[in-house]
Design a protein. Structure first.
Length: 101
C-alpha cells in the first residue's frame, strides 16, 4: 500500500511503501536534492531516532504522513544538528479558539 512521508528541510513529500528501505528513500531524495545518500541522514521526528539504511519503513514504525527530518553531512564529516520545534503560539491559539479553526 502506498503512503507518503514528509521530509523536513526540503519540504518534499515522498511516495513510498512500508516495505521500502531507508536507503531507497535516500535514493529518491538524491534525485530531488542532488546530495549523495552517504551525505544524508533521516531522523523520525516523533521518536528522534536516526533511521537505518538497511531497515524498512515498517521495521522502524514509520507511518503514513510521518515527518522525517533530513540532515546533511558538513565539511567536518559530522552531520548537522536537527532542531524541529512546534511554534509555541500554535497550540495556545488553537486552545483559545476551542479548537474551532
Amino acid at each position: 500500500m502506498d503512503m507518503y512521508i514528509r521530509i523536513k528541510r526540503s519540504s518534499h513529500f515522498i511516495q513510498c511503501k512500508q516495505t521500502d528501505t531507508i536507503l531507497k528513500i535516500k535514493q529518491k531524495l538524491q534525485e530531488l536534492i542532488d546530495q549523495p545518500v552517504t551525505n544524508q541522514r533521516l531522523i523520525l521526528y516523533s521518536t528522534k531516532e536516526v533511521l537505518e539504511d538497511s531497515k524498512t519503513l515498517a521495521d522502524q514504525k514509520v507511518e503514513n504522513n510521518a515527518v522525517v527530518a533530513l540532515t546533511l553531512r558538513k565539511d567536518d564529516n559530522e552531520f548537522e544538528e536537527v532542531n524541529i520545534e512546534q511554534p509555541n503560539d500554535f497550540s495556545s491559539s488553537r486552545d483559545a479558539d476551542a479548537g474551532n479553526w
